[in-house]
Design a protein. Structure first.
Length: 248
């Protein structure tokens, strides 16, 4: 969100200088004299910034994964692309929808503004849509009273912060019409009872179920906080084999 504010500010400044030159400054310069440096830079940068701003606001936006909360689907250091059109076109910064396309579905990996602090972007998986009843107990996810199907895949190890080796088990879970991998350790965050997702809200969880602060901790994701749907890994400096992978 802060980068969007920065781009709007630069766009406004360069556009204002260019317009001021067209309406006022140019008329006061001698014929054939070069443009002032500030005007020249504004004329050069404004179209480029405008194109980048439009693409990032309405088409696709890059993000970097900062943590392991979505392992094994996404790793810290993955650079991903997020489709900004999937959930509708939104007014930049205000984030109000002005053209609705679709809504998040169970199984989607989505980016949103962190509800306790909207200046921070989070990425999780949608597990509950409006009206769904969610429970998580004994390492099992229940939606509307139905336990989701999971199957064991293999043992999984990774290096966490502080160079600690974490040992977990990888499972495959059927969520909606999608199958995805998740990690579970011996300890687990549970939901005390069953919660119902309010209208206009979504319940989000990380695939690294025991190392993810998500809706089990800070609550629901409002519709107005949505950013877009993650769909592609375009770079990873340490794991080149992940480049070009689609996000399931």
């Amino acid at each position: 969100m802060m980068f969007a504010l920065f781009m709007v500010a630069i766009l406004a400044i360069t556009g204002f200088i260019w317009l001021l030159d067209i309406l006022v400054l140019r008329k006061k310069r001698a014929v054939g004299s070069p443009d002032p440096v500030l005007v020249e830079y504004s004329k050069s940068f404004f179209p480029v910034i405008l194109v980048v701003f439009m693409i990032r606001s309405f088409v696709v936006e890059p993000f970097k994964i900062p943590s392991g909360s979505m392992m094994p689907t996404l790793l810290a250091g993955d650079f991903i692309l997020v489709n900004k059109f999937t959930y509708g076109l939104r007014v930049p910064i205000l984030n109000n929808t002005f053209f609705q396309v679709s809504h998040p579905k169970k199984g989607d990996v989505f980016v949103f503004h962190y509800p306790p602090d909207p200046s921070i972007d989070y990425i999780k998986r949608v597990v509950g849509e409006p009206g769904d009843k969610i429970a998580y107990k004994d390492k099992q996810l229940y939606i509307n009273g139905q336990k989701l199907d999971v199957s064991f895949v293999d043992d999984y190890e990774y290096v966490a912060s502080g160079l600690n080796i974490v040992r977990a088990k990888r499972y495959q879970e059927q969520l909606g019409n999608k199958k995805h991998d998740l990690l579970i350790e011996d300890e687990s965050i549970t939901i005390d009872g069953e919660v119902e997702v309010p209208q206009g809200m979504y319940f989000a969880m990380g695939d690294n179920r025991d190392n993810s602060k998500d809706s089990r901790v800070w609550g629901f994701v409002p519709e107005n906080n949505l950013v877009g749907k993650a769909f592609f890994i375009w770079w990873n400096f340490d794991k080149f084999g992940r480049i070009g992978s689609l996000i399931n």
